[in-house]
Write a protein that binds this ligand. Structure first.
Ligand code: ADP
Ligand code: TRP
Length: 320
């Protein structure tokens, strides 16, 4: 089984990325050949600072390693180290119906939030399909927001197979039901671009501040509170033990505890939960060339697979 996923280096990683994608990806690395990449080509649709793109790309790779990616088992690489993927994106675009892309939620959402509609943003799902198909991927661990992109990938694979014969495997999304959409401090989906994120590797003061600014209703301390609709409770249940979660639920329902106290408790747990990752990150940073070495090794392996698949594709469509 081949497992593949990518993450954009468009900012610091947050706990939504961790629970939605990184933790499942790390769990899957022992179940087959895992390939994970830093999607720097994708980040170009929104980030136009070359130094920042380079720095963010290394940092995302570092953070992924700190979060448990084992570079001896899994392949970690930079998107742009496999430029063949842009060739495949072009080939896929020649069979992609306009309507398929016009229906893509993520493009419509980005427009609604005022991003300028460049062609790259519009055709993003085609490049993402190429990312997946070029490695003959079977399983793609992602958060729920990416589900439609995997459906588009499957549609394009089917179109290619119908047109040119059996070229591509059809990949399956792997979405964790309990962490498919982690809420941000305003209760909406946590996202870098919504400014509602709690970062994994921010400093202590910053994380506390973000947690303390989680939006709540204005129920009095004594009033019983609803855990099911509370962002505090939802985040707490991701990082606390079963018993601790049951205990907080009871204290919500009983009344007598204010949101401020619940937030403090959440912050303590979050900080503790990510302590081993912070420690590993410090360790990795001691070896100045470690991240670059991992990425170089990853690029080599990713290219081997991509070259084989591209030979098949070029032959099938009549190039060379
Ligand atoms: P962002 O929305 O912050 O820009 P990305 O689009 O870079 O995040 O997402 C990287 C990965 O993390 C994707 O697989 C995405 O589904 C997952 N992810 C992002 N935000 C969340 C969230 N709030 N809950 C669950 N998964 C998420
Ligand atoms: N679109 C994904 C995101 O914004 C990142 C991504 C790019 C990806 N290519 C991919 C994820 C291929 C899985 C597989 O989060």
């Amino acid at each position: 089984m081949r497992i593949l996923s990518g993450i954009q280096p468009s900012g610091a990683l947050h706990i939504g990325n961790y629970f939605g994608m990184m933790r499942p990806a790390v769990a899957l690395q022992t179940e087959g050949e895992a390939l994970y990449f830093v999607a720097d080509y994708h980040a170009l649709t929104s980030l136009r600072d070359p130094e920042m793109l380079r720095a963010n790309s290394r940092r995302v790779a570092l953070d992924f390693l700190a979060c448990g990616l084992n570079a001896d088992r899994a392949t970690l690489f930079r998107h742009s180290d496999v430029p063949q993927v842009t060739e495949l994106a072009w080939i896929l675009s020649t069979v992609a119906p306009m309507g398929l892309l016009e229906r893509a939620h993520s493009y419509k959402d980005k427009l609604a939030r005022g991003m300028s509609p460049n062609v790259g943003l519009f055709s993003y799902p085609i490049l993402m399909a190429a990312d997946i198909l070029i490695y003959d991927s079977d399983v793609v661990p992602v958060g729920k927001d990416q589900k439609q992109h995997i459906e588009i990938t499957r549609d394009l694979a089917v179109k290619m197979n119908e047109t040119y014969g059996q070229i591509f495997k059809l990949p399956e999304p792997r979405i964790q039901p309990t962490t498919e959409t982690v809420p941000g401090i305003d209760g909406q989906k946590m996202s870098k671009s919504y400014g509602n994120n709690i970062d994994i590797f921010g400093d202590e003061k910053e994380m506390r501040k973000r947690v303390m600014s989680i939006v709540t209703d204005s129920l009095a301390v004594d009033a019983p509170k609803d855990p099911a609709t509370s962002t505090i409770f939802q985040l707490y249940s991701l990082v606390a033990s079963k018993d601790e979660t049951v205990d907080m639920r009871e204290r919500f329902v009983k009344g007598g505890t204010g949101y401020g106290d619940f937030k403090k408790q959440l912050f303590e747990k979050l900080w503790e939960y990510f302590a081993p990752m912070r420690k590993r990150r410090e360790e990795i940073l001691k070896d100045k060339s470690y991240v670059d070495d991992v990425l170089a090794r990853g690029a080599k392996r990713a290219n081997e697979i991509a070259n084989q698949v591209m030979d098949r594709v070029r032959k099938a469509v009549g190039l060379r």
